[in-house]
Design a protein around this ligand. Structure first.
Ligand SMILES: Cc1cc2nc3c(=O)[nH]c(=O)nc-3n(C[C@H](O)[C@H](O)[C@H](O)COP(=O)(O)O)c2cc1C
Length: 439
């Protein structure tokens, strides 16, 4: 199975930074990140992944002081480039937004990361879902969902075309004849579309993977269609196995329309792993973490993801259903999860405690967690897992020292990296350059 890790400095749990083992200042400490990724690499994880949004929150600062979501972070591609030299096999993935970059920048950044890491780069293509980012780039609010995806489609096409500017053997270094490159193997792009005009070529040799790996996490109808057409790794949502199976089947079922084989895409279920001496002990651990989350931040997550403020409501009474907005513009699956909790008649406090941004939670001993992973993969719920690490470094060492060895004993996970590039380790083909002669 494929195992990737979703990392935030102290862990993605909103109370992670409060834990006794949490390092202050980790978010801007390259030494800390290098150690974390080296640990992940010792556990043979497929990749280390950094989410991103190009914005600090500028409102409700009092609430955000309780958990610094996106308030203090290094630019992820820069950070991955600095980590690359301290690691040798683990994949390095980061988010870059199609709403707030130009395709040429993204093509260049990820091709550079692919060279720097000797073929381990992956780009998570997102359209971004918050207005804070929009305001940093001359807009008052995000464009509508469909429009963001229209731009994303054109954007990705340009980036991939730019990655094929040079055929693999274009740089011939022919000193005798004074020819550095073969001009017949340089292919400039002449693109004129709805959103972009790009007439030119990338000024960098084709990268080790040919093209960095494309990640996506779209969950909406439009997002799924985009993923089926273009993604190679998708972070699936689904808090239960049946939801994950439905998502997996739906996504793979869409691929034939684009002439793609289902194996060309890995669907990884988002999961939080909580290890304990027993399942009950692990649940208690999680509940204790949830108790540590300041209620203001619980309400803030709801405000952000349900796109409405519920903080005027009493905490210990059921949330009236009419407070659910008619539709969402940001993260549709997060929105639906909260709406579902409200429809169950939970109190506002309970909704805050239960909401987990569409990730399943696996509780238990290493064996019990390996059982759940095995069951999900065998049932066709996923091709592996995008493990959100709640509390660092403990959640990571729990995985690398306990869960991974258990999976290896069962023959479900590698004991050595199969290759040196991320594509080789994921079992994804290296894309042929579109301009290269067939054969
Ligand atoms: C594991 C995971 C990581 C994600 N990382 C990011 C991210 O870094 N930046 C971002 O704006 N959205 C991120 N998302 C959100 C998705 O890109 C997407 O916006 C969301 O799933 C909603 O899908 P939709 O736009 O198709 O409705 C992530 C989602 C998941 C499940």
């Amino acid at each position: 199975m494929v195992l990737g890790g979703l990392f935030e400095a102290n862990g993605y749990h909103p109370a992670a930074w409060l834990m006794p083992g949490a390092q202050d200042g980790a978010a801007t400490d390259i030494g800390y990140f290098r150690r974390i990724v080296q640990t992940a690499e010792r556990g043979k994880l497929d990749f280390f992944f950094l989410a991103d949004t190009p914005a600090a929150r500028t409102e409700d600062l009092d609430a955000w002081t309780r958990a610094p979501l996106y308030m203090n972070m290094m630019e992820p591609i820069t950070l991955l480039s600095a980590i690359a030299g301290a690691t040798s096999h683990i994949g390095l993935g980061a988010t870059a937004s199609t709403s707030f970059y130009e395709p040429y920048n993204v093509a260049r950044l990820f091709a550079s990361l692919d060279h720097i890491s000797h073929g381990r780069a992956a780009w998570n293509v997102v359209t971004t879902a918050n207005d804070y980012a929009a305001r940093n780039f001359g807009l008052d609010a995000l464009p509508p969902h469909q429009r963001r995806y229209d731009r994303a489609g054109e954007f990705l096409g340009i980036v991939q075309a730019l990655w094929d500017t040079w055929e693999d053997d274009a740089f011939i270094h022919d000193k005798a004849n004074v020819r550095m490159f073969d001009p017949g193997k340089f292919h400039a792009l002449d693109h004129q579309g709805e959103f972009f005009r790009v007439r030119g070529g990338l000024n960098m040799a084709r990268s080790p993977q040919g093209q960095p790996v494309i990640f996506q996490a779209g969950a909406s109808e439009t997002g799924r269609e985009f993923a089926a057409r273009t993604a190679e790794v998708v972070f699936g949502t689904g808090a239960s196995m049946s939801e994950a199976i439905a998502f997996h089947q739906d996504l793979k079922g869409r691929m034939a329309r684009y002439g793609r084989h289902p194996d060309a895409l890995k669907v990884l279920s988002g999961v939080s792993i909580v290890l304990g001496e027993s399942a009950a002990h692990a649940r208690e651990k999680w509940a204790a973490w949830q108790e540590m989350v300041h209620i203001d931040i619980g309400l803030m997550y709801l405000k952000t993801d349900l796109e409405t403020d519920l903080s005027d409501l009493p905490l210990d009474e059921a949330v009236p259903e009419h407070r659910i907005p008619e539709k969402s513009n940001f993260h549709q699956v997060y929105f639906e999860e909260i709406a579902g909790l409200i429809r169950q008649g939970l109190t506002l406090r309970q909704v805050c405690r239960r909401y987990n941004r569409s990730k399943a939670i696996f509780y238990g001993t290493a064996r019990q967690i390996a059982d759940q992973m095995e069951e999900w993969v065998a049932a066709g719920a996923s091709d592996g897992f995008m493990m959100a690490l709640p509390v660092l470094p403990d959640s990571l060492t729990d995985i690398t020292e306990k869960v991974v060895p258990e999976l290896q004993r069962r023959g479900l996970f590698r004991t050595e990296y199969q290759g040196t590039t991320l594509r080789e380790n994921l079992g994804l083909a290296r894309p042929r350059n579109r301009h290269a002669p067939a054969g």
